[in-house]
Design a protein around this ligand. Structure first.
Ligand code: TTP
Ligand code: MG
Length: 445
């Protein structure tokens, strides 16, 4: 094994990203539980501030459950343009450290310090680079980020997770195994619930357990490439390069099954779930894409893939699902399928930049589903499935006399606004008729 001998891989992840941006821009919410996500009846939590996490609120939880756990929180719809603008500044700071930056989502990226201008990559020096970076981000965008650095991507990501919130952890070369081995196998890249369940049958829970399984046995159980790669990862051998290109070209989800599956209903359900998952990832990365690909590996290991391209980019789960199901229909699955995957490529930035984004609403059997594929007009889709979208909690507004503020709540033909901005102290609240001509949505950047 060659491998890196210095902690030159840096991983940065903003703390409670969406919620942190909201607390920055809404001074009255600082230090308070804030929950961002879909506020409709089927909405899910995008993220919660650390104050809300104390009550057990988590990303991807149904919003109804979040409301039950933390009723006194502020519940806000997302402001994606604000998140994207913040993300841009963060990513620029990372690019100032190295030409090799691999963004994983809006708030997370790997940086290859070895490709930057850093003659000294000792632990002390990397620690200084990380602390300087954290201070710069705090100063530039007024959110906190956690940083991990190590000799590999796997360990750097684990380190930043350990550093959360608002911290820095550098794993020294030679210290990887003591850090890695006590952790669940789920921390390893590529180990999802299915693989975790497979290896659990060998009595493996932690990476340390895994490291004691002979390579042959893992290859026998999981197949050659996955078995070998997992064996390497368990020994903290991970030489994957940081790649600035790859990350945003396509996003896909795939799953290998324990047995060949031929039941059409089950296959449709699996494709539906993967389509939802892939759109969720798209949304998290702040992207949309036009080309949907379905990949299937048949019982005899032939691998087929079928693609279709939409007229415009989408990040709508129903549109992706519908197309993926059509593609499934084109494949002869009668003798069983061992692997399925759904991918979206041809990624572009968000289709819709407004507050009315439907992306956080999980896909369902919505009666409006047939129009849902109007990918180009996601706004119209959203109006079709939601009521009263004019004043959405959290959105920026401006009042002719009171100035800039944000929607605190609305209903019964009234809208309540708190007048404050990132640069003011907590401000006063006023209520208006919801058609008050002096009140308008603020144009965001
Ligand atoms: P994360 O970095 O996973 O979460 P976080 O930044 O909110 O919190 P922390 O890193 O401190 O644990 O995701 C970044 C943003 O992506 C998050 O603020 C909201 C969005 N997101 C979703 O919309 N849905 C999800 O399921 C997750 C995990 C994140
Ligand atoms: Mg984060």
């Amino acid at each position: 094994m060659s491998g890196r001998t210095q902690p030159s891989v840096l991983h940065l992840d903003v703390d409670a990203f969406f919620a942190a941006v909201e607390q920055r821009d809404k001074p009255s919410l600082r230090g308070r539980p804030v929950i961002v996500g879909g506020l409709g009846p089927r909405g899910v939590v995008s993220t919660a501030s650390y104050e809300a996490r104390v009550f057990g609120v988590r990303s991807a939880m149904p919003m109804s459950q979040a409301r039950a756990r933390c009723p006194h929180a502020a519940f806000l719809a997302g402001r994606f343009s604000a998140y994207r603008a913040t993300s841009r500044v963060v990513m620029d700071e990372l690019r100032a450290l190295s030409t090799l930056v691999e963004p994983l989502s809006l708030d997370e990226a790997f940086v290859d310090l070895a490709a930057g201008d850093h003659p000294d990559l000792s632990v002390a020096s990397v620690r200084a680079i990380g602390e300087r970076l954290r201070a710069t981000i705090r100063h530039q965008v007024r959110v906190t980020a956690s940083v991990g650095a190590a000799t590999s991507k796997t360990l750097a990501k684990i380190a930043s997770e350990k550093a959360k919130p608002d911290g820095l952890v550098v794993v020294e070369s030679g210290n990887e195994l003591p850090v890695l081995h006590p952790l669940s196998v789920r921390v390893l890249p590529g180990v999802g619930p299915v693989t975790a369940a497979q290896i659990a049958r060998l009595g493996v829970k932690t990476v340390g357990d895994l490291a004691r399984i002979p390579e042959d046995e893992l290859v026998g159980l999981l197949g050659k490439a996955p078995g070998r790669s997992l064996f390497q990862l368990a020994q903290a051998r991970d030489e994957r390069p940081i790649s600035s290109e790859r990350a945003s070209k396509s996003i896909s989800v795939e799953d290998t099954f324990d047995r060949d599956i031929a039941d059409p209903a089950l296959l449709s359900a699996l494709v539906t779930r993967m389509s939802e998952k892939v759109t969720e990832r798209l949304a998290r990365a702040g992207h949309s894409g036009r080309t949907i690909t379905l990949k299937a590996r048949l019982h005899d290991f032939t691998t087929l893939s079928r693609s279709a391209t939409l007229p415009g980019p989408t990040d709508d789960a129903r549109a992706v699902t519908r197309l993926a199901l059509q593609l499934l229909d084109e494949i002869d699955t009668a003798d069983g399928v061992r692997l399925l995957g759904v991918g979206v490529s041809g990624l572009s930035d968000w289709v819709q930049d407004d507050l009315l984004s439907a992306v956080w609403e999980p896909a369902g059997d919505d009666p409006a589903g047939d129009e849902a594929t109007a990918a180009v007009d996601a706004g119209a889709l959203d109006t079709a499935v939601h009521q009263d979208q004019r004043w959405v909690p959290g959105m920026d507004v401006v009042h002719a006399r009171h100035g800039p503020g944000w929607v605190w709540g609305s209903g019964l033909s009234r809208v309540t606004v708190r007048f404050e901005t990132a640069d003011t102290p907590p401000g006063p609240v006023h209520t208006f008729a919801d058609d008050d001509p002096d009140l308008a949505p603020a144009s965001t950047t």
